[in-house]
Design a protein around this ligand. Structure first.
Ligand SMILES: [Zn+2]
Length: 406
């Protein structure tokens, strides 16, 4: 049943693609079509969307109140999301190399954290509401079986390269990894859209049918990318991750409420895929359009999320289908953080106190004077200090041996 469900999504897409095959326009995203298909074919999806919306409203309200109470501009929460990239190719065709795969992910991390080059060139009208989400998309270094992995899986398959068969068959546990599928084309060749993403969904996570599908020729920059280095189109990946974190297009519902369900993004008609520049479709709803927003379709002008969008994504990270991904346990399981270091053996006879043990960061040692050395299980010295605290956040996993040296 799960397989059939996924295949139907694919067939639905190909129907729409066939209609526009002679058109040279390339749409950035078809997540709306995916959502419409889900709503039409699975009544339970609507119930979950409504429940998610209720949760999101309450969560965002609480976030805003906490900021006001603490008199701070932004939340200090940090998130890490383990990612697996599935690359589909035929020979060298569509086989992006590791560097390009990493670059595509770097763009997400750069954009979400406001480190993009054009962050300081945002229209003054929207500069005051721009915001960042402190999030890192981390290539997994442990696969579902606990084995070492680069986080990039390659599959040689001429049809999968066109996103024709059910690519969900290659999914890794959606509760542990964000699966990003990178066929050369997202549907047929050439694809008339770049990507699509699945909104947060428990049923999707249960059946491992979530994630992001993205045309590899527009993922990052490199010999297998058709994009020029620095071209904003690559930030369509950021747009898709926005959908994955429950953001709608800024032009959702056009000029009508509830728009995109975010309070500070002005309504706009938007949506035309040929838009370029930063101000196209301006005033289409009698107010300025935030054309620089990642969730607009101005594909060569992608610069910012608003505070309201960041709040909505923060709420999404706390939904059942997303909250397990960034849990400390899962980050250890997937290799996106070092596990706590524990002191297996102590070779000092003095009365001492060591805490916290285990630790992922600062270790405090009381009761020892002079130099302290820390060794790993291989006998390699990894820290020497005369201080009572040692930063072990960069230490390799496993047990350590702490030794007073003088
Ligand atoms: Zn979209």
């Amino acid at each position: 049943m799960k397989v059939l469900y996924s295949m139907l999504v694919g067939l639905s897409l190909f129907t729409s693609i066939a209609i526009a095959q002679n058109n040279t326009l390339v749409s950035p995203c078809s997540s709306d079509e995916i959502m419409a298909w889900h709503l039409e074919n699975n009544p339970k999806v609507l119930l979950e969307i409504e429940a998610n919306e209720d949760f999101t409203k309450a969560f965002v309200k609480r976030l805003v109140m906490e900021r006001a109470k603490n008199n701070v501009q932004q939340s200090t929460a940090q998130y890490t999301i383990p990612v697996v990239l599935h690359v589909f190719h035929f020979g060298d065709d569509g086989k992006i190399d590791s560097a390009q795969a990493h670059l595509g992910l770097d763009i997400l991390n750069t954009d979400f954290n406001g480190l993009n080059d054009d962050w300081n060139t945002i229209d003054p009208e929207f500069d005051s509401i721009k915001s960042t989400l402190d999030i890192q998309f981390c290539l997994a270094s442990h696969d579902p079986n606990g084995n070492a992995t680069s986080g990039i899986n390659y599959y040689e398959d001429s049809l999968a390269m066109l996103n024709i068969p059910d690519l969900f068959q290659y999914a890794w546990d959606n509760y542990k990894y964000l699966n990003i599928y990178l066929p050369k084309y997202t549907g047929g060749a050439p694809s008339l859209f770049t990507a699509y993403a699945y909104f947060p969904s428990t049923s999707g996570a249960n059946s491992n049918t979530g994630g992001i599908f993205y045309s590899s020729i527009r993922w990052g920059y490199g010999s297998h990318s058709e994009l020029s280095p620095g071209q904003d189109w690559a930030s369509v990946g950021t747009h898709e991750a926005g959908h994955w974190l429950n953001l709608h297009h800024t032009f959702n519902n056009g000029c009508n409420g509830p728009g995109d369900y975010v309070n500070d993004t002005p309504p706009t008609l938007g949506g035309a895929i040929e838009l370029s520049g930063c101000t196209n479709n301006d005033l289409s709803c009698s107010v300025s359009t935030n054309g620089e927003n990642y969730m607009d379709y101005n594909h060569d002008c992608k610069k910012m999320f608003t505070q309201g969008q960041v709040d909505r994504m923060t709420a999404a990270l706390n939904l059942p289908s997303r909250i397990t991904l960034w849990s400390p346990t899962n980050l250890i399981t997937t290799g996106c953080t070092s596990p706590p270091v524990s002191l297996a053996k102590l070779e000092i006879n003095d009365q001492i106190d060591i805490y916290p043990n285990p630790t992922t960061g600062i270790l405090t040692i009381d009761g020892v004077e002079g130099t302290t050395e820390v060794y790993n299980i291989y006998g390699e010295r990894i820290a020497t200090t005369v201080s009572t605290t040692i930063d072990l956040s960069q230490a390799a996993r496993g047990h350590l041996l702490c030794k007073g040296a003088g």
